[in-house]
Design a protein around this ligand. Structure first.
Ligand code: SAH
Length: 261
């Protein structure tokens, strides 16, 4: 294959979980690779596709359960390429969004290995699609901000809360489960209204997806009681109001709403 010679590397986006959300290019690269290093967040059905491939190597990484550190992963990719293999590094969502792609690109380039990126559908897009909601809203949500709320062990979350409290922005918070309480308190302290709508989507686009609707003020409780073990995304902002409102109508209560698909 002309764009995937032996000894080269592709960082491939696996999308949020639904295998039909893989790009055609991602599917082709997965089926062509000699070896695939994949993340814990790659959906099981995407992996089943990759299983047709003989060498499938898990390399990590869920918060608190790191199986391989980043340097080891970089080295494994480089070693496989130097051994003449076609290497796919398969990552959840889009490799260029909170995916440590820079380290892997650098490691390959330093070793003189050709490395390319195949984009994927990021979790925020997958979650919005499942919700049936737009991430932007004319006049009300003119800005979409993707943030990670994952702090290094023992460190406080160092974010520009004043900038994030912009009432005209939709915030997509990745890795935000543990920090949901902090996110809520800091945004409200910085002036964001407590009744700002919030959608939480766990395992977006997977068969076990769950959706919750709440407000910024109730988010600390909602995230603790509602969310399970799966990856979850918080979507905060006026763009979510319509979904929050229609779920209140449907379920007739006024706090956190749980909707299982
Ligand atoms: N590169 C990925 C993000 C990796 S960071 C992307 O573009 O989507 C990992 C975080 O992404 C998780 O903690 C969670 O917040 C989010 N995430 C990934 N897959 C998800 C899914 N199927 N449903 C909800 N959130 C998801």
């Amino acid at each position: 294959m002309s764009d995937f010679p032996k000894g080269s590397v592709w960082l491939v986006g696996a999308g949020p979980g639904d295998p039909e959300l893989l790009t055609r290019k991602a599917e082709r690269l997965i089926l062509t690779a000699d070896i695939i290093f994949y993340d814990a967040l790659v959906g099981p059905e995407v992996l089943a596709l990759a299983l047709q491939n003989l060498r499938l190597v898990p390399v990590g990484k869920r918060s608190g359960r790191h199986s391989k550190d980043q340097r080891t992963i970089d080295q494994m990719i480089v070693d496989a390429a130097l051994a003449g293999q076609r290497v796919v590094r398969l990552k959840g969502g889009d490799p260029a969004i909170f995916g440590r792609a820079t380290e892997e690109l650098e490691a390959c380039r330093t070793a003189g290995i050709t490395v390319q990126i195949c984009p994927g559908i990021t979790a925020a897009s997958g979650a919005a699609a499942s919700l049936g909601a737009s991430l932007t809203l004319r006049g009300m949500a003119r800005k979409l901000t993707l943030i990670t709320a994952h702090a290094k062990r023992g460190e406080a979350l160092d974010l520009d809360w004043d900038a994030l409290a912009d009432a005209h922005a939709t915030l997509a918070v990745y890795m935000g489960k543990a920090a949901a309480g902090t996110v809520s308190r800091q945004l409200i302290a910085a002036g964001r209204r407590p009744d700002t709508p919030v959608a939480l989507v766990e395992n977006a686009t997977l068969p076990n997806e769950r959706q919750f609707f709440t407000t910024l003020g109730l988010l600390p409780i909602a995230s603790k009681t509602a969310l399970g073990d799966g990856p979850a995304l918080l979507l905060i902002g006026e763009a979510m109001r319509q979904r929050l409102a229609s779920n209140r109508d449907a379920l007739g209560a006024d706090s956190t709403q749980l909707v299982s698909k």
